[in-house]
Design a protein around this ligand. Structure first.
Ligand code: GDP
Ligand code: MG
Length: 176
């Protein structure tokens, strides 16, 4: 007879945002503890997974993090990418104004495909603040307008990356 704790709950998370904001790097950093400046596009890798203990839930969960395989145009994302997603990261880059301005479009896209699921706004590359194309105030204002928690992270230095995924897992699973 299986005990309740034998079942590991799982969460599919999609990481969306314009190209070059650091989505692939974020997933690899979190799942593999690897970072490289010149990441070659891998073909055929849909997602990476990680078993992560979530403090707020007092359990380990399986996070499945879906990457876009470089098809960041809204129309190019396949239905399979979003299917069954329970949470989403909306990511932009500190140094890329257009990626910030695209966030609400990405949010609508996720809602269209997944319905209302937990989401977070993530600003990556905070190691490059001296080249910032977006001010802290406007990013915070956007998060507040969209009703999203806001994380400023640095995938390169592995700052606040796991917090993003832990928060989403907790948001989704605490509803059960
Ligand atoms: P994607 O197109 O959104 O998947 O972005 P990638 O993960 O391929 O990253 C695009 C570029 O940004 C790569 O050269 C990464 O090494 C770089 N990058 C990712 N995260 C950071 C970061 O936190 N700081 C800096 N300086 N560069 C980063
Ligand atoms: Mg990528």
């Amino acid at each position: 007879i299986m005990q309740e704790e034998d079942f590991e709950r799982e969460v599919k998370v999609v990481v969306v945002g314009n190209g070059n904001v650091g989505k692939t790097s974020m997933i690899r950093q979190f799942c593999k503890g690897q970072y490289c400046n010149n990441y070659k596009k891998t073909i055929g890798v849909d997602f990476l997974e990680k078993h992560q203990y979530i403090k707020g839930l007092e359990e380990e969960v399986k996070l499945m993090l879906w990457d876009t395989a470089g098809q960041e145009q809204f129309h190019a994302m396949t239905r399979a990418y979003y299917r069954g997603a329970k949470a989403a990261v909306l990511a932009f880059s500190t140094t890329d104004r257009a990626s910030f301005e695209a966030i609400s479009i990405w949010k609508h896209k996720v809602e269209e495909e997944c319905g209302i699921v937990p989401m977070v706004l993530v600003q990556n590359k905070v190691d490059l603040l001296e080249h910032a194309a977006v001010s802290r105030q406007e990013a915070e204002a956007l998060a507040s307008d969209l009703g999203l928690r806001f994380y400023r992270i640095c995938v390169k230095q592995n700052l606040y990356v796991s917090e993003v995924f832990e928060y989403l897992a907790e948001m989704y699973l605490q509803r059960d």
